[in-house]
Write a protein that binds this ligand. Structure first.
Ligand SMILES: *[C@@H]1O[C@H](CO)[C@@H](O)[C@H](O)[C@H]1NC(C)=O
Ligand SMILES: *[C@@H]1O[C@H](CO)[C@@H](O)[C@H](O)[C@H]1NC(C)=O
Ligand SMILES: *[C@@H]1O[C@H](CO)[C@@H](O)[C@H](O)[C@H]1NC(C)=O
Ligand SMILES: *[C@@H]1O[C@H](CO)[C@@H](O)[C@H](O)[C@H]1NC(C)=O
Ligand SMILES: *[C@@H]1O[C@H](CO)[C@@H](O)[C@H](O)[C@H]1NC(C)=O
Ligand SMILES: *[C@@H]1O[C@H](CO)[C@@H](O)[C@H](O)[C@H]1NC(C)=O
Ligand SMILES: [Zn+2]
Ligand SMILES: [Zn+2]
Length: 859
């Protein structure tokens, strides 16, 4: 029993354990920081007490109690980050409010205009009340309010701001410090299970307010290339479509100070009421359970784990969002209530579909202004009025229901695509049911497809397990992928087992080469220059030279070639190592192939097991790298994605290589090649070309053209190999000669063993008669070529073979016409000649000459 298979499995287990440990150890721990004197309980109690004090401050303060840049007397709050001594860069707060108001005006916002003004200005329309969904767009840096366009930067003494917290990481380089000027922005708004209050007597719907949370992804393209994910919490005035959200951390009590950052007194009043209520609940919950949980409930870390005890400082954000009124595409009329009820009907129908006739749900559109009070920058979504709408249209997206519906339908389409792949694979494995046909197929081509399907299966099943909203279609797609994987594994096992003798043979050749290098009496070279092929097992498909005796001299001759490796290298190394421990023996010509070599003792099953383990390891590795790639900088990640795509879409390359090495054509069905190429390019087409794809990737025509072109080139190379011969375009010296089934036949071809057996110059042949009598025939035949006939032993029909006369230049037969002519007959190494179609059909079942039962090298 070879030791390598269990060793590989041990290794796999080890890797899995390491990965598991990694995931376990990277989860946050919430104990007190190392410097904290006291029990974890005290630490938690102190933390909760701070929140309670913050809540009191919120309860007792009034509008305009926070006016950091008031001319007469600046006023501050006793909240972390809002105090005078914290000295945050509040001087841009006024500009932030102005910008927000401008964007609201641009959207036709209602809270600044009374009803009459609105109607006069023609601003009609309603906003979505529930904006749960996803919007994407671009951001730009705003510096318009700054003198000289220079932002002020401050360095903070964190141990002074928050003496009770221990900060880790670099205190000067904070996370989420956006330094670029432009990038991508994604906002995922979430309004599930939210509290709401409705305060009477406030103007224009500013009394109705509710909680909201969102995940914001900011990609900074022009500078470091990093992207940041953050969770922000805040309030939403659904009737006005206004949201204000902030981050909250140990050094910034954002949510507690939020009402003081609102636009006017009405918004202050309603948001204070709401936050007083909801924060009170949260703080009460924390007080009841502080021995189990001291997490920041409003943490801005996007993984939802909360800040760990050793927090890294990051820039704080205040985010203002204005939802645009819907463009229903209907003729505007003055009936305000009508539009409103249409929007309500649309939302109702989306959420609880019961077939009511509503117009299709319009897109969701939002604009946003983002202000970081400590890092001092201001960002805004790109669009009017600062930019023409061709350059940017703020943030556009879909409501969650529409989005999920879209994901569902695309998953169904994709499931159909995978079923198509399954059908093609089934067709191919049915076609390749005999050893000789299976022997031509490159195991790597199939393995690459299998690898992709396995990755797909794992991610789809993860998706169907974690996203209940799209469960049915994700399950269907993952089931299709599973079928594809199962069929692929079966096929690959078949290919692997059939190609087993080939690998053994390779090893034998290596041993022979070793033996030939050490001086020893070698057996006499074979006397005949014709290829010697001896009998071997009938059912295996030996490659050329399987049964011959490859000694140094013999290989120099005209012997059918020994094929170099295109198989699994590691298994080979293991085999060699294994064999090396056996006694090296002089290689003798053996007719019984491989029976005396040590590798014969390696059982197949364990061999395939080793390959299987490697396959799983490679899969785990790719999954692991891809998971960590999610947090890489954008440029690296893009490079990685492109690299993976190109590597995956090179799946025909191993087949091209195998065709060249084995000098064989027709390994795969054309249906399979074309079908798989198209089906496997379809997902790329979707993500690279479709503007509104579910991953929000931007259309990239160039990249897709390059990828599709690469597949296209591979198909053309395969086609050229099929038509012009597998080694077409390859310099002669690069590959070892295989047996040429379509040689140029010459009368004086003595070195190559003469003409095929049984050719007669039969004048009685009807076809020949016709050729001879026809004037054209004489001319085209020319004096240099003549035609011989023989009865094909398979179909018993006459076979005409053009033969180049002695002493003439064979180049006349070398042109394309001559080459196509030579494709009509096939000459075996045992000098029997058949119709190409007949022998190819025969060789699908037997690799033996139908006449003399000599072994045949595969096509
Ligand atoms: C909040 O402030 C009001 C007065 O403005 C006071 O009556 C009430 O007790 C305060 N509530 C809390 C929980 O501090
Ligand atoms: C602010 O609150 C702290 C306790 O959190 C208190 O010790 C301090 O006196 C307060 N400062 C002012 C100006 O009220
Ligand atoms: C930061 O503040 C702490 C406590 O107030 C003080 O001891 C320390 O020297 C300050 N560090 C710097 C760099 O100013
Ligand atoms: C943010 O980046 C700017 C530019 O690199 C730098 O000057 C500033 O100190 C950084 N701010 C923080 C808080 O790291
Ligand atoms: C908003 O819509 C989402 C998705 O349908 C739903 O889960 C959520 O409860 C809704 N929120 C409100 C406040 O209606
Ligand atoms: C805040 O909530 C507390 C307790 O729920 C209540 O006593 C207080 O009056 C509220 N304050 C305001 C300003 O609504
Ligand atoms: Zn025939
Ligand atoms: Zn023969």
């Amino acid at each position: 029993m070879p030791p390598q298979a269990p060793a590989a499995q041990e290794y796999a287990r080890f890797v899995l354990v390491v990965i598991l440990l990694f995931f376990l150890s990277s989860s946050s721990d919430n104990g007190p920081p190392p410097g904290f004197a006291g029990s974890p309980r005290d630490y938690a109690a102190a933390k909760v007490a701070r929140q309670r004090r913050n809540l009191d401050v919120l309860n007792t303060t009034q509008w305009e109690d926070f006016a950091p840049r008031a001319a007469d007397e600046p006023r501050f709050l006793n909240l972390t980050g809002f105090r005078a001594e914290d000295d945050l860069l509040w001087d841009r707060l006024g500009a932030f409010r102005e910008r927000a108001a401008l964007f609201t005006d641009e959207a036709g916002g209602k809270w600044r205009l009374d009803r009459e003004t609105q109607l006069r200005a023609g601003v009609l329309g309603e906003v979505y009340e529930n904006v749960t969904g996803i919007v994407v767009g671009r951001w730009v840096r705003y510096t318009g309010d700054l003198e000289g366009g220079e932002e002020r930067h401050r360095r903070y003494n964190l141990s002074q701001v928050t003496p009770e917290v221990e900060w880790s990481g670099n205190e000067e380089l904070w996370d989420r410090n956006i330094t670029g000027t432009e990038g991508k922005l994604m906002l995922r708004v979430d309004e599930r299970d939210v509290e709401a209050v409705d305060v009477e007597g406030l103007s224009l719907g500013s009394g109705w307010v509710r909680e909201v949370a969102a995940t914001m992804t900011i990609q900074d393209e022009s500078s470091s290339g990093d992207g940041w994910d953050m969770r922000i919490h805040g309030v939403h005035w659904p009737r006005q479509g206004v949201m204000l959200m902030t981050t909250t951390s140990d050094k910034f009590a954002g949510l507690f100070g939020l009402p003081h950052l609102t636009m006017d007194m009405n918004h202050f009043t309603s948001s204070k009421m709401l936050l007083n209520k909801t924060l009170e609940k949260t703080v009460e919950k924390m007080e009841k359970a502080y021995w189990t949980e001291v997490n920041n409930p409003w943490s801005s870390s996007s993984d939802g784990q909360g800040d760990s005890a050793l927090s890294t400082p990051h820039c704080e954000y205040v985010v203002y969002v204005q939802v645009y009124p819907l463009d229903l595409g209907l003729a505007l009329n003055d009936d305000y209530m009508d539009t409103a009820s249409i929007v309500q009907q649309i939302e109702q129908e989306l959420r609880f579909p019961n077939g009511a006739p509503t117009p299709p749900a319009p897109k969701m559109r939002m604009s946003t202004v983002i202000f970081s009070p400590d890092c001092g920058f201001m960002l805004e979504s790109k669009g009017p009025p600062a930019f023409p709408s061709e350059d940017g249209d703020h943030l556009v997206g879909r409501k969650q229901e529409v989005f999920l519906h879209q994901v569902q339908s695309w998953l169904l389409v994709y499931a159909a695509v995978i079923f198509g792949q399954v059908l093609l694979l089934k067709m191919q494995s049915k076609e390749a049911s005999t050893p000789s046909t299976v022997g031509r197929i490159s195991i790597y081509t199939i393995a690459m497809m299998l690898m992709a399907d396995a990755l797909l299966f794992s991610s789809l099943s993860l998706l169907s397990a974690t996203a209940p909203n799209i469960f049915p279609s994700a399950l269907l797609a993952s089931f299709a992928a599973l079928m594809s994987v199962a069929l692929g594994v079966r096929f690959i096992t078949a290919v692997y087992n059939v190609q087993e003798p080939e690998r053994r043979e390779r090893l034998r050749v290596q041993l022979a080469a070793q033996a030939a290098n050490t001086p020893q009496p070698s057996p006499a070279p074979t006397p005949s220059s014709a290829p010697i092929i001896t009998a071997a097992g009938a059912d295996t498909a030996p490659p050329p030279g399987t049964a011959s005796a490859p000694t140094a001299q013999a290989t120099a001759n005209n012997t059918p070639i020994i094929i170099p490796s295109d198989q699994d290298i590691d298994a080979e190394i293991a085999e060699v190592a294994n064999a090396a421990s056996a006694v090296p023996r002089p290689t003798l010509p053996t007719t019984n192939q491989g029976a005396t070599t040590p590798t014969q003792q390696v059982p197949r099953a364990s061999n395939f097991g080793a390959v299987y383990v490697q396959f799983v390891l490679a899969l785990t590795f790719i999954l692991f790298v891809s998971l960590s790639a999610l947090s890489w900088p954008v440029t690296f990640r893009t490079f990685y994605i492109h690299f993976l795509s190109v590597a995956y879409l090179s799946f025909w390359v191993p087949q091209i290589r195998r065709n060249i090495i084995r000098n064989c054509r027709k390994a795969l069905l054309w249906k399979f090649i074309i079908g798989q190429s198209i089906l496997r390019l379809l997902p790329f087409a979707y993500f690279y070309l479709r503007e509104e794809n579910v991953l929000f990737s931007e259309p990239d025509w160039k990249a897709f053209t390059a990828l599709a072109g690469w597949v296209w080139i591979q198909i053309w190379v395969l086609a050229a190999q099929e038509i012009l011969g597998p080694r077409w375009g390859i310099p002669k010296g690069w590959t070892e000669e295989g047996w040429d089934y379509h040689p140029i036949l010459r009368e004086d071809n003595v070195e190559a063993g003469g003409l095929p057996i049984g050719l007669v110059r039969a004048p009685g042949s009807p076809t020949l008669e016709r050729v001879r009598t026809g004037d054209e025939g004489k001319k085209s035949d020319g004096p240099a070529r003549n035609i011989r006939t023989v009865d094909c032993a398979i179909c018993m029909q006459v076979l005409e073979v053009p033969v180049v006369a002695a002493g003439t230049d064979a180049s006349a037969a070398g042109g394309v016409v001559g080459m196509l002519g030579r494709r009509l007959y096939m000459v075996t190494p045992c000098r029997h000649v058949f119709h190409s179609a007949c022998l190819e059909g025969w060789m699908r079942f037997r690799l033996q000459c139908p006449i003399c039962r000599e072994n045949l090298p595969p096509l």
